[in-house]
Design a binder for this molecule. Structure first.
Ligand code: ZN
Length: 234
């Protein structure tokens, strides 16, 4: 249960949620506005203990840029009358307005298992999704950096992706996905498509591929290594 995930973000529940980027469209300094609220209580005993038996007050927000939904919940303090549905966060007594216990979705952060030279390019590609050409170039640079980390340094991006399959670093399915996206607009196999300007959807597809590749190459193997490490004796 992800209850508690939002605490470290230190968000204040106000009529506008102060996220630095929209978790959906990655718009910087987005306007994320309060729309509705309601209370809910976990019925499963083990989960109710996590909320100290308290109800959660959910606040539903919408990103004005993409209309994507963001939900933020906070515990209702014991002994306080449940506010009516729809009440704005600032108007509710007994709600700890500066403690956001659960945020959906949690803003994406790059895993510390991803090498910094890869992670910085992924962040930049995501931040520029609204400008397709630079975003795609940066996603391609991220893929390039990932392949270099794996010792594949020579040849075009797509040739090295082929080598990665041959060396069982990635699966053939992953390579086929690479060919479905337009990481390299100048690549011959995309010559017909390259006459068209790339769209934000193209940029999103390239970013999705690059971030999935980072998961497969760095995040999952690190998680497996940690899972196999025997726990230390007390
Ligand atoms: Zn948005």
């Amino acid at each position: 249960m992800p209850f508690g995930d939002g605490r470290e973000l230190g968000l204040v529940l106000t009529p506008h949620l102060d996220l630095s980027r929209c978790p959906h469209c990655a718009t910087a300094n987005p306007s994320i506005s309060f729309r509705h609220s309601f209370a809910a209580r976990p019925k499963k005993l083990s989960l109710a203990q996590k909320t100290n038996g308290c109800e959660l007050m959910w606040y539903v927000y919408v990103c004005e840029s993409c209309a994507g939904l963001v939900g933020a919940a906070t515990q209702l303090m014991p002994g306080i009358q449940r506010p009516s549905d729809g009440a704005a966060p600032s108007a509710i007594p007994g709600v700890r307005p500066n403690l956001n216990d659960w945020l959906v979705p949690i803003p994406r952060t790059t895993s510390p298992d991803v090498p910094e030279r890869v992670a910085s390019r992924l962040r930049q590609a995501e931040e520029t999704l609204a400008s397709p050409t630079p975003s795609i170039m940066t996603s391609a640079a991220a893929v390039d950096a990932m392949l270099k980390e794996k010792g594949l340094k020579d040849g075009s991006l797509y040739a090295r992706i082929g080598q990665a399959v041959a060396q069982a670093i990635i699966t053939a399915d992953m390579a086929e996905w690479a060919h479905d996206v337009r990481l390299d607009a100048n690549d011959e196999r995309h010559a017909d498509e390259s006459v068209n300007e790339p769209t934000p959807e193209d940029a999103q597809r390239c970013f999705d591929f690059a971030s999935t590749l980072a998961e497969l190459l760095f995040v999952l193997p690190a998680r497996v290594r940690r899972g196999r490490t025997p726990p230390k004796a007390p």
